[in-house]
Write a protein that binds this ligand. Sequence first.
Ligand code: AMP
Ligand code: ZN
Length: 311
Amino acid sequence: MKCKRCRGNAEIQVRHHNAAYCRDCFIFCFQRQVERAIDKEHMFSRDDEVLVAVSGGKDSLALWDALVALGYRTTGLHLALGIGAYSASSTQKTEAFARLGGLQLITARLEEDGLAVPTVVARTRRPACAACGTIKRHYFDRLAFEHGFAVLATGHNLDDEAARLLGNVLRWQTHHLGKQQPVLGSTHERFARKVKPLFRLSEYETAVYAFVRGIDYVIDECPNSEGATQLLYKDALNRLEAVMPGTKLTFLQDFLRLGRPRFATEIDGPPGSCGRCGMPAYAAVCGFCALLGDTDTRRSQRVIPASNDAS
Ligand code: AMP
Ligand code: ZN
């Protein structure tokens, strides 16, 4: 097999593009696709300071690596979530990557705020992934605002976005469909623009990129694991992809072109400000403060029967 770009020996096959590459050309094409997504979707320019949310997994580290190689101005943002050995290893890999590249990294340790994910999860009835997602979003927004970043980039890839789309379609979540796009503009002074430069690159491509670039990333999935349903949707799409290469990309791209505009009216107006923390909110308090309020209530509910027992 010959490399599509240089006609040398190909080592890496990308079936949905019906192409094969040598290592160097694969790296070149991967980075060029990231750059094209950024330009085409007007995500940011080389003058912007971009905050990159880095979990220590292959996608966000591949993203950070590509952005640095392409000459964008970046700072990493890592949340040490406090999920046992998994989080310890995620933090260690992220910090090692930053150190090796001489890159700026902001690390927030949730434990220091008494908000390690297992602590919060134990105090609420909400599913672990939902609580964790709310906490992460709040920290992303707050830290981007506090550190003066107008753009926040995440490592969501094609598989993530296609699986999310499938989930939203299966339950016809029109409201979510209206909001599902690679760029979410800022609608509040404390909301950074959210961008997903890897949205057209598959999990396979980011894994190969991380491998050929020698990036050391966390391989384990989070023990709470992004709901079994998300994995089920990914699996279903992978089966379709195996028989019909290109299915995922077409599903997502055609949705963005043809489907999403039809749901755009479903989007909420701009958010107000949370009465407790001042961050954007669609109700009197934001999702994060509601979660903490929920855990406070649960704690006090538990205290009452205990003291009754004692009397
Ligand atoms: P996930 O929600 O785990 O699928 O991750 C989606 C994206 O969110 C990743 O590609 C990262 O950009 C970001 N992210 C997830 N977990 C963290 C974390 N602990 N710290 C910083 N960014 C994260
Ligand atoms: Zn709040």
